[in-house]
Design a binder for this molecule. Structure first.
Ligand SMILES: [Zn+2]
Length: 448
């Protein structure tokens, strides 16, 4: 038996296509022909900051066991013709779908590209040059080659010993695409309450919002995210869905693992579009700018960078606003390049407040005679009591420590503001380090 890895990316389109949907169609054809799967289909989310990202920036890998060279040829033919058919229906001239099929063990450079594509920019020329050297990789990119970066990264991101989660995706019948999704909010809340800790970010209680149903015309009806595939299947059955479902499929994924955050020692090594976690000292008091974004500056290693908690992070901004000069923090997020209006800026996803600085404020002195508040008479002319008129030309402002309304700790935005890769604090300490390779029955189903 031969191990085969299929990677695909950039099949999304504004007309309703979606990379995972193409992958599920292909996976179902393989599965119903009796092909053995070595893993759940993988959704690999890549650097969310890159400018030409797809919606959600998720690539997919299928890992299967194949009997012969002949079956590999058949599968390759099936995968590429299905891609043609799919991208023919959902034509989008901006898209550059990439499909690869790799035979055998995964070479080091796939893993290298996978790691880099999570937090940095990967030049297409680099991927092209490495692919040319790999005799056991077949490549199909009918209209531009950009999708190959994600396809290679998806195959290379094996998550065998790194943290991962699961998502059960249900797909809509095509005639329903674009219409309102029919999933009962009450059942989402009930399921979230019942399975609690095993589910991830399915409902935002603070803002009363269902998070499992996407908006927009894509074929996804809902995605239930969690820690365990069996629990997800069970929880899914309890959702009240009032429209026909086409396919369901369990994916293994790097979602909600913070896999995109690359530790850097100093702010000086941060380049545009990198996703980082970095320590620094707050060097400017946060300000709320028009649009509701809260912006401050941190420095380390002789370099400084702007950090922004954007308006969609809602109540998180109130915490960020409490920072003061001198606070020691670790910030996490992806960087936007500088523009005429702002410098290189980290889009804040989470913050660890390590040390809260003692902040001194200078206040007018108290009157030694009556205890009232004194006021300045003028520069260098001392102070006078407002109440009794006592004057002291040598008095000066007195330093007082400001009571800080911020405690050391880790802070995150509300659920509603979470993006695919962001790890909620509730998952800290629950990271998975192994994947058993055993799949639950019915991980992929054609319902309708
Ligand atoms: Zn007085």
């Amino acid at each position: 038996m031969i191990k085969v890895h299929i990677g695909v990316d950039d099949v999304d389109s504004i007309n309703g296509g979606c990379t995972t949907h193409y992958a599920v169609k292909l996976a179902w054809m393989l599965y119903s022909r009796g092909v053995k799967f070595l893993d759940y289909p993988n959704i690999v989310r890549l650097n969310p900051a890159i400018p030409w990202k797809t919606r959600g920036n998720g690539a997919v890998a299928l890992r299967i066991l194949v009997e012969s060279e002949d079956s590999i040829n058949d599968i390759w033919e099936l995968a590429s013709s299905t891609l043609d058919e799919y991208s023919g229906v959902f034509r989008d001239s901006k898209k550059q779908p990439g499909l690869i099929l790799h035979i055998g063990d995964i070479p080091w450079f796939f893993k290298f590209i996978a790691e880099k594509a999570l937090y940095d920019l990967v030049p297409l020329e680099l991927v092209d040059r490495l692919l040319v050297k790999s005799n056991s990789t077949r490549v199909y990119s009918p209209s531009g080659r950009r999708g190959l970066i994600g396809a290679v990264a998806a195959v290379g991101c094996t998550m065998e010993t790194s943290d991962h989660t699961y998502e059960l995706l249900a797909y809509r019948k095509q005639e329903y695409w674009g219409s309102r999704r029919c999933v009962s909010e009450g059942s989402v809340i009930a399921v979230d309450r019942e399975y609690g800790d095993y589910l991830i970010l399915n409902y935002d209680y603070e803002y009363g919002r269902v998070l499992i149903t996407p908006r927009g015309p894509d074929p996804v009806l809902l995605g239930l995210r969690g820690e365990d595939p069996i629990v997800l299947l069970e929880a899914y059955k309890k959702l009240e869905i009032c429209e026909p479902v086409d396919y369901t499929c369990l994916f293994r994924t790097n979602q909600h693992t913070d896999a995109h955050l690359h530790s850097v020692d100093s702010i000086c090594s941060i380049r545009p579009y990198m996703c980082v976690k970095v320590n620094g000292i707050v060097s400017s008091r946060p300000i709320r700018i028009p649009g509701g974004h809260v912006v401050f500056k941190i420095c380390s290693g002789g370099c400084c960078i702007d950090v922004a908690a954007y308006e969609p992070t809602k109540s998180f901004r109130d915490i960020v606003e409490k920072l003061r000069e001198g606070d020691l923090v670790e910030v996490m997020g992806c960087t936007r390049p500088p523009s005429s209006r702002h410098g290189l800026t980290i889009n804040l996803e989470k913050i660890v407040v390590r040390e809260v600085a003692r902040v001194v404020e200078y206040v007018n002195p108290k009157c030694p005679r009556c205890g009232g508040t004194m006021e300045s008479v003028g520069r260098g002319k001392g102070f006078r009591c407002r109440r009794c008129g006592y004057r002291d030309q040598y008095a000066s402002k007195t330093p007082v420590y400001v009571e800080r309304d911020l405690k050391p700790g880790i802070y995150e935005p509300p659920r509603i503001a979470f993006k695919h890769l962001m790890k909620p604090i509730s998952r800290f300490g629950r990271e998975k380090r192994v994947f058993s390779g055993v799949l639950v029955d019915g991980f992929i189903q054609r319902v309708g």
